[in-house]
Structures are given as C-alpha cells and as structure tokens.
Design a protein around this ligand. Sequence first.
Ligand SMILES: Cc1cc2nc3c(=O)[nH]c(=O)nc-3n(C[C@H](O)[C@H](O)[C@H](O)COP(=O)(O)OP(=O)(O)OC[C@H]3O[C@@H](n4cnc5c(N)ncnc54)[C@H](O)[C@@H]3O)c2cc1C
Length: 441
Amino acid sequence: MDIVFPGDPEWEDARVGRVFNARRPSRQPAAVLRAVCEQDLIDGVRLARARGWKVAVRSGGHSWAAWSVRSDSLLIDLGGFREISYNSDNGVVSVTPSVRGGADLRPYLAERGRFFGGGHCPTVGLGGFLLQGGQGYNARGWGWAAESVVAVDVVTAEGELVRADESNNSDLFWAARGAGPGFFGLVARFHLQTRPLPGCVAETVHVYPLDLFDDVMTWLHGMHHTVSPDVEIVAVSAEGSLAVTGLALVATLDEAREALAPLETCPVIDKALVRQTAVPSSFESHAERQMAANPEGFRYIVDNAWLTGSAEAMGPLFKDLPTVRSFAIWFSMAPLRELPDMAFSLQSEIYCAVYLVYEDPADDVRLRSWLTDRMAALQPITAGQYLGDSDFTARPVKFMGEAQYRRLEEIREARDPERLFVGYLTGDGQPPLNVNPWEAS
Ligand SMILES: Cc1cc2nc3c(=O)[nH]c(=O)nc-3n(C[C@H](O)[C@H](O)[C@H](O)COP(=O)(O)OP(=O)(O)OC[C@H]3O[C@@H](n4cnc5c(N)ncnc54)[C@H](O)[C@@H]3O)c2cc1C
C-alpha cells in the first residue's frame, strides 16, 4: 500500500493537492493512502480499524468544503483507481468513484451511443456527486443521478466488500443514494443505468440587463413548470447581467425548436442584450464554459438553498455579487417529480446557489460574512439545502426529510456503531444536524 505520513516530502500534496478549492483547510489527517485497486480499499479500512484511526474518503476532490480532509483520519484517496466498464446487454456502466462524470465517463459512453448525466463541470468526481444525489444534466426532467444507480460495491466498517442493491444490503443501497459525506462505508464501485445519447443538443440563451431581474424572473417562475421535461432551464447572474438558458436534450433540431419555444414568451424579450434561439450546441462546448466559469487555482465560498418564494426576494443576492468572477444560479426542478425511496429526500422547485470566486485569502472572512447575511435574508423562503454546494461548518441547514434522516442514523448505528467513518463535518457548538436553525424553536 502507498501510504504517506505527515512529515513525508509528499505530505502536503497527498493531503490537499487534489482538493479543487484553493481555500484549503489546515486539518491534518493521520495518514493518506493512495489507493490503486479494490484490495487497497479493503486493506485501508482494516488498517484504520487496527490503528484506531477514522476513515475519510476522496474521489474527485471537488467538495467545496474539502470534506475529505479530516483530522486524525486515514484519508483513502481513490484518485489513482480509475476504471470504467460497460455491459451492452443491459446498458449498465460500472465506474470507480474517482471517474469524472464529464471528462472520463461522457466520452466513453458517447463512443457507445450512451449517456449518463454527471456533474456540469466535467472534472467533478462521481463518488461525492452520486452519494449526495447528483444534480446532473437535466435533473429537472430526468431525475437525480442517484436515481440511476442500480447497485454499489461498498467496503463496510467491518472491512468487508459487499454488493448493495434493491435486494441485497438494501439499507446500504438506500443510504448511498443521498447520505453524501455522511455515508458510513467506502464505495468501491457504482453500477449506473445509462440512457441513449441525445441526438441533438441545442440551446436558447437570452441575456438581460440585471435591472430587469424582477420582470424576467417573475415570468420564469410563472412558466418554468410548463416547459418540456427534455429542457434544462437555468438562470445565471454573472458579470453584471442575467442569462436565461434552455438546454434541449432531444433527438432532432426540430424537436429542440419546439421544446425551447416557450422561452420566447418573456414579456421583456425585446430588451434582451443577446438573443439566441435553439442554436445547435454540444456537451464539449458546455464543458469548456463550465471550466471557464469555475477556474482552478481560485478560492471559492459557496452556499445554496431550496427556495419556495417569489423572484423579487432573490433579487438582492443576484444583483449585487461582491467579486467580478462570482456568479449565482437559479436552477429549475419544476414540476417536482416524485422521488424513489432513498436517503436523498429534500428539494423544491427552485434551486439557488451562489459561488464567490476570488484569489486573496484576506477576503475569506468578509466574503463568507457577505454570503451568510444574504442567505439569512432568504430564510423565510428557504426549505433547506443541497449537500453538493453546502458547508455545515459555515451554515448548517436541513438537507434531508426528517424521517429519512432518522432512518439514516438508525442504519449508521447498525452498520458503523463505532463511528469508523468520519461522517458530516460540522463546526464547534453548532445546532443539531438537519435542522433549519431559524425554525428550531
Ligand atoms: C467546479 C464544480 C462544479 C460542480 N458542479 C456540480 C453539478 O453540476 N452538480 C452537482 O450535483 N454537484 C456539483 N458540484 C458539487 C460536487 O458534486 C460535490 O462537491 C461532490 O461531493 C464532489 O464529488 P468528488 O468525488 O469530486 O469530491 P470529493 O471531495 O472527493 O468527495 C466529497 C466527499 O464525498 C464522500 N465520498 C466521495 N467518494 C466516496 C467514496 N468512494 N466512498 C465514500 N464516500 C465518498 C466523502 O465524504 C468525500 O469527502 C460541483 C463542484 C465543483 C467544485
């Protein structure tokens, strides 16, 4: 096993070198195991048990809050264990968790005429993404990525490798679809149901001046649930303007034109600064834009909320971003689809997330407090948050249905009674998890 210890020349690189966010924590693991095969994962969990360490896991390293870097743990880093295989009989692709949804899996499947909706940024690891639900391409119409997980191979806290699906170890299977960084096992492999590769990717982009935010977003709130389920709808505030995009993932350009037509009905469309309608596009060009919007080497502070209220209430957050590279997104999940029985269980029709992008560490405190204040102003219309863009050390908010959270804790007690796996990262003196603090009384 390739294990790096504090003090070794490679320590800093092993500890945080694969963490995407340049705002890296000072937390010190006990050791880092750079895994390259399944046996390393089993041996790693057993070693941690024997040494009295906890276990933390890293797949793609894209947790904004660097959840993988935990004090006094054995950090098992899966970066060197990247495998994909495909079964054309049933359309199921099997991946190790460090496989990147866009950069690795999408081209592999495209060669076979298949598709799986990984994260929008191509370098996001499938491990953390799938465990927390996975808001992939067109989650609005095609569901959460975790809904397409058909089985997981898990190294349990006992150090045993087991298959979990609907009929075997179904408690682990239930938990692995939504527990996120609170999962109490090490996923060695995911088995995912793929879908046919869309024949046509086309998009409508309307860019408006930000002072039209209330007009545009009030219209969008009133109509997004009526748009075809094959269209992903996102509004992004960046660089002083508001872009409303519809991305149609369909078979032909004619179908795309029809699916995107409702986006032409905005009452202030004549004031759009840019107006592109049903223009052929590609996943590659999307990936490039995502990489440009989320550059490596920058510091990020990120927060999010599932919202239930009017567009006007969101205006202050979208109109007043504090750094030039920062952006805020409004992501439609309407009309809400019924979720299968799994740990992921909290959402609303509108997902809102804010990404503060900057370089100077001296801005950390000021920007965090700016964002905390803006998110606090949204509390009256906040149902909860999505694990993927959250950081409980800064702002713990409800992320799961209450019954599901109780069940998750019961399964944890049965599967990992000694708390070998690190679980959710929280700050000192914080309220209990999965509670909206402003509703706690
Ligand atoms: C630029 C960027 C773009 C993003 N875009 C999207 C998006 O479009 N949609 C979306 O839903 N999210 C998105 N995210 C959020 C991202 O999905 C989460 O941060 C996710 O946790 C990243 O997974 P990872 O494996 O890369 O991260 P890691 O930091 O490696 O993992 C995060 C945590 O997940 C757990 N974990 C990971 N792998 C395993 C495993 N094999 N076994 C057990 N536990 C494990 C661990 O607790 C780990 O600390 C984005 C993040 C970034 C940085």
